[in-house]
Structure formats: structure tokens, C-alpha cells
Ligand binder design. Sequence first.
Ligand SMILES: Nc1nc2c(ncn2[C@@H]2O[C@H](COP(=O)(O)OP(=O)(O)O)[C@@H](O)[C@H]2O)c(=O)[nH]1
Ligand SMILES: [Mg+2]
Length: 487
Amino acid sequence: MFESLTARLESALGQVRGKVRLSSRLVDETLGEVRLALLEADVNVEVVNRLLGRIKKKSVGTEVQKSIVPGHKVIKIVHDCLVETLGTETVPLVVSAKKPQVTLVVGLQGSGKTTSAAKLAYHHQSSDRKVMLVAADLVRPGAVEQLMELGEGIGIPVFAGRDRNPVAVVRKALQQAGRTDVDSVVVDTAGRTQIDRALMTELGTIARVSDPDEVLLVLDAMTGQQAVAVAQGFQENINLTGVLLSKLDSDARGGAAISVREATGAPIKLVGTGERPGDLEVFHPDRMASRILGMGDIITFFEKAEQAMDAKRAEEMADRLIRNQFTFEDYIEQIKGMRKMGSSGELLGMIPGLRPAPADIQAVDQEIRRSEAIICSMTPSERTNPRIINGSRRQRIAKGSGTSVQDVAFLVKHFGRLRSVFQSLSTGGPGGAPPRLPKALTALSQGGLLGTLTAPGKGGQSRNRPRPAGNAKKPRTAKKRQKKKKR
Ligand SMILES: Nc1nc2c(ncn2[C@@H]2O[C@H](COP(=O)(O)OP(=O)(O)O)[C@@H](O)[C@H]2O)c(=O)[nH]1
Ligand SMILES: [Mg+2]
């Protein structure tokens, strides 16, 4: 599903991914690539223009530059605007008190109507409704037999009259449904190779006699933006309640999926994802956007980070770090913020390009718990001024936290090291780079703080191992993370 579009968008957005500094030129370039990717995917050009207009409007403001990771923010904006294009909200199937409830399945020949009618019937049946299928496609040879076979496979009766007139078939089917206490009737109608008068007249008459609760237009996803013209043609002649987009499983480009809602206003309610009766899914715009972008990790990271991190507080903390005023109190707060975002394993997994091994995750968790225990056993003055922690204080803290004197000494020592790292950021790195407050924020939000503090711990070794401070061997994950920070 969407393989080619997703690959294209991933490479387009790869340029800003993880970036803590963004020039407006880079943003423009990236959005230009996004535009091309969409056009290549056969998305309707007007839809592309409107979508990009929205994205551009949102990505120029200060909100992007001020966000935790501006590069991620741009991707998040693309995602949110795509959700809007896809319809924002999930539009459910109509639920009515009428009995039987009637669904008409309409569309061009070969779009997947008969298959989808069976899927819908199966879907209704699974919510404990008594269902009947109606074979009202008397145009396509073998269409009635095809539906009978499908119905038999899922144990749903198929009404197929002897009339040559589909309107009469539908009328009789509804009478029988009334007699047999059927809750839901799904009517498979005839299609044509293109929209023509005869078809529209026939559908109009069927709609009049059956008073449908739902009229679903089946569109073949593989036809790309042609689907827009088909939908408009049907809309002019019949009241559609929604679209069922079929063959999404075979659609690498996504042109129809992205275009239909924005171009026609008709909501996509369901998607077909295969040939079997169960291959039907409810269409959720947000999940679909994540599938199309293929960057679920960043979106989730961002949403959680924004929830957990009060931006102002984060800035204050970074500021304190830079002024060398960052204390163990701040560190504890930082850990709590991270906790709100999920387990450290989840968090590490969300950092782009990082695939931590379970052993690393365990080690990090263990180290975090240990340092938390140690800090909790410190007095407030020790937390704000770790310099006063001497031998006897170390002993007391170790006892209180169930750790060793070495553990306490290690944490204090590395805390000092961390502060100096951040301070060097503020005074400029090699080559006299300007102060990089946003970078400090990135490090914070991406677990850099925790990483630095816990880096030397690996598995269960940390307790017994003598620890050379400063140049201790770091686990793989920490190394990668540091690389990430250098970008
Ligand atoms: N892969 C895939 N094939 C589908 C899907 N829906 C329908 N088809 C296939 O598309 C072809 C045409 O479907 P059919 O229901 O006969 O179309 P109709 O002429 O509109 O009734 C058949 O071979 C179906 O098996 C789908 O969601 N995924
Ligand atoms: Mg058919």
C-alpha cells in the first residue's frame, strides 16, 4: 500500500528530519519535493495546490523554529495537513432505526462492487444483524452467479429474481426482506465502463423504490485521480453518502486516496484491502496519513513530547544547564517528564534511526531507576549543590538508596561532566560556533541527558565494574545518539 509514494515522501522529508536548525530555503526545497512526490503519485493537481498552501502557511511561522525539533515539526505539519485533506474525522456508516436498512453499492464496471457488496454484508452480519444480499446487476454476464457464490461462502442469502428488470428485482427483494425479518439489505447494482445516461436513470429509479440509507460509491484506488472524475459524475446524478475505495492493497501511489475527499467532498468511509470478505477496513484519516508518510515514529514522538514537555519549562531548564545551574532537582523533573512519554524503551525506539537492543533498554531502565533512587536519598542542599557531597554523605546516600558508594560517586561525577558539556555548547563549540540553545533542547528531548548520565551502564555489569570516569565505554545506543546530536 502506497509503497512508491511513501518512499518518495520519506526521501523528500529526510532533508529536514531531526534538524534543529531550518533555513526557509531548506523548507521551500523540501516542500517542493513533497509537491513533486504527490504529483507523481497522480494526486489531483488542485488538491496538491491546496494541500501545499496549507502546509506552507503553517511552516513559516515562529512556531516551527521554536519547537523542540524544528525538522520534526515540519513533518508533523505535513502529516496534520494531509489528515485534513483526507477528511480529518472518521465518517461512520449510517445507522438507522429503519428495518430493513438499505445500502446501495454503485460504481463503474470492474471497480469492485460485487466483491465489496459481499464484504459489506459480511461486515453487517458480524455486528449480529440479519443480512440479505440483492443481485441487481443484470448487465454484466455472470454477475448474479458471482454474488451467489460469494454469499454462499459467508452464509448470507442472496436474492436473485427472475426478472430482467433490476428495479423489479429490488422491489421484490425488499418485500421478502420485510417478510423474513431482515435487518440489513445490501444491493449490488450494475456498472458501465463509463458514466452514461442509461445507468444513471436506472440507479435513480432503484434509489426511488428502495429509499436507501446508504449509497456507497465504489472507486478503484488504482485508477488514481480518474477516480475524482468518476465520483463527480455520480454525484451529479445521485445522492452519495460515501465512498468505498477498493483495491488499496494493490495501490502503490495513493493518488485516488488523497484526491477524492478534498476534490469532491464525498467522505471515504471504507477501504478494500484484498479479495476476501474480511478485507474491508474503516477509513481513518489520521491512520491513513501515517501510513502514507511512513513516519509514524516521528509523529508519535512529537505528540508525546509536546504533551509531556511544557515548552517554556524546557527552555528554562536548558537555560539553567547552559548557565551551569542545572541541578539534580531539574534532573528528577526531567526523568518525570520522560516517564510521561512512556517507558525508556519506547522512547529510545521512537528516536529516528535508533533501534535499541532489548538488553540496552533494560540497562538504561536500570540505570535510570538507580539514579532516581540515589537522588531521592539526597538532601535538598545536596541536590542543588552536589559539590558538598563528601565521603560520609556518599555513604549515607548509598545506604538510603540501596546502592553502593561507587554508584553515588559515579552519578555525581558524571553529572558534573554533563554540565560542562552543556556549558561548552553555550560558549560555542569547536570553530567558535554560536550558542546553540535549540541543540541543548534537542538533547534534552531526545533523552540526551539521560543518555549521558547513564551511558556507561550496560546490563548488570555496572555494579561490579570499576568505572573509569570520562572515557568509559558507552553502549551502542549512546554512541549512535551522540552521532545524532552532532548533526
Ligand atoms: N486486491 C483486491 N482486489 C479486489 C478488491 N476489490 C475487488 N477486487 C477484485 O477486482 C475485480 C473486480 O471486482 P468485482 O467485484 O467483480 O467488480 P464489479 O464489476 O464492480 O462488481 C475482482 O477480481 C475482485 O476480486 C480489493 O479490495 N483488493
Ligand atoms: Mg459486479
